[in-house]
Write a protein that binds this ligand. Structure first.
Ligand code: SF4
Length: 357
């Protein structure tokens, strides 16, 4: 089976290439092959000065496949233009990735790790799809490569479709490729994994020993009872176990752990909720609570919070001494905002493709 160029680090590619060639010249282009593949989405061994035989060898043993951009939607936001792409994979399934403007010319790419998601969070459109399949490491990296061709995203957040740690092996391999200094060369602290609280997965990230890798918990409910109602497939690990795993994850004092709170009026925006978040965060050291106003999808469980409700809740959190970032809603008009990925077209595909599985 040919080796997926987007799924391997330079050194692994070079080691494989040494087994394909007797002469060093054929294998010696591995760093250039890797760089062109992950940065530009190009696989052109002939263009690297190899003869026909060596180029043919590369083509026999390696391949590069970028998803097709099935559609692209844009929205002007206060911090710049937002772009949502629907990407068609080789098997016909589709995923979404969103290029977000962060202000001052900086951008962040929100990437997917699964087609759909098994977690069924009640406030999330992707959760309604169910899990169709995991992405491969190459399919995760390909989203970055495609974005990179237009503009290099400054940061990558694993907050698109899917629970990244439900696809742990592919996620870890994609992280290795993204941080390969010979290729895309992302610094660890420019990457953030967002999880609903997958305790073994958090421990696996800890095992990497990467002291700067960003980690965020999608909390949304600060009692196990409310979490069971809002995130029914994430109750396996109680909050105290998640808290312990997060505590253990911190390998340097000033790492800021993200705590995400999708603000659902009438469900999780009371003073008691704010106090419960403060209690949850208290032992964790440096945290940033990201308040994300709910973006109603196709089957809303609450209205979007009003400006006054959002400001009041943020104020309540700050009164408890928490560092809070209030997310400006971006992408709602094109169903690209948090919790909205997996729009109706994908649901139709699930009927057409997924249920045959
Ligand atoms: S919020 Fe995340 S984990 Fe929950 S259903 Fe949506 S994609 Fe899955």
């Amino acid at each position: 089976m040919p080796l997926d160029l987007l799924a391997h680090r330079t050194e692994d590619l070079a080691a494989a290439a040494r087994t394909w060639f007797r002469e060093s010249k054929g294998a010696g282009v591995a760093p250039a092959v890797h760089r062109a593949a992950v940065r530009e989405g190009i696989f052109d061994p002939e263009g690297l000065g190899l003869g026909c035989f060596a180029a043919e060898r590369w083509r026999e043993h390696a391949h590069l496949h970028l998803p097709e951009i099935a559609s692209e939607q844009h929205e002007d936001t206060p911090t710049g233009p937002l772009r949502k792409r629907l990407l068609r994979l080789q098997d016909g399934r589709t995923i979404e990735s969103v290029h977000l403007p962060m202000g001052r010319g900086r951008t962040s790419l929100c990437v997917s790790t699964q087609v759909g998601c098994a977690r069924a969070c009640t406030f999330c459109e992707t959760g309604r799809l169910g899990l169709l399949r995991n992405l491969t490491p190459g399919e995760i990296v390909a989203q970055v490569t495609l974005a990179h061709r237009t503009q290099r995203p400054d940061t990558i957040v694993f907050m698109g479709m899917g629970e990244p740690l439900d696809n742990e092996a592919a996620l870890l391999q994609a992280l290795a490729v993204l941080t390969d200094r010979h290729g895309l060369a992302y610094a660890q602290d420019h990457l953030t994994v967002c999880t609903v609280g997958h305790v073994p997965g958090i421990r696996a990230l800890r095992e990497l020993g990467w002291k700067r890798l960003g980690l965020a918990l999608s909390l949304n409910a600060a009692t196990d009872e409310l979490r069971a109602a809002l995130m029914p497939h994430s109750v396996r690990y109680p909050l105290r176990e998640i808290q312990a795993a997060l505590l253990d994850y911190r390998q340097r004092r000033n790492l800021a752990l993200g705590v995400h709170w999708c603000l659902l009026p009438g469900i999780n925006n009371s003073k008691a909720d704010a106090k419960a978040i403060a209690d949850f965060c208290a032992p964790l050291g440096r945290t940033f609570v990201h308040v994300i106003p709910y973006n109603p999808g196709s089957n809303p469980i609450a209205p979007a919070p009003t400006e006054a409700e959002t400001v009041a809740f943020v104020g309540e959190l700050r009164a408890h001494g928490l560092a809070v970032r209030r997310r400006i809603t971006k992408g709602r008009s094109v169903m690209a905002a948090c919790g909205q990925l997996g729009e109706r077209g994908l649901s139709a595909e699930r009927r057409d493709l997924g249920q045959a599985d």
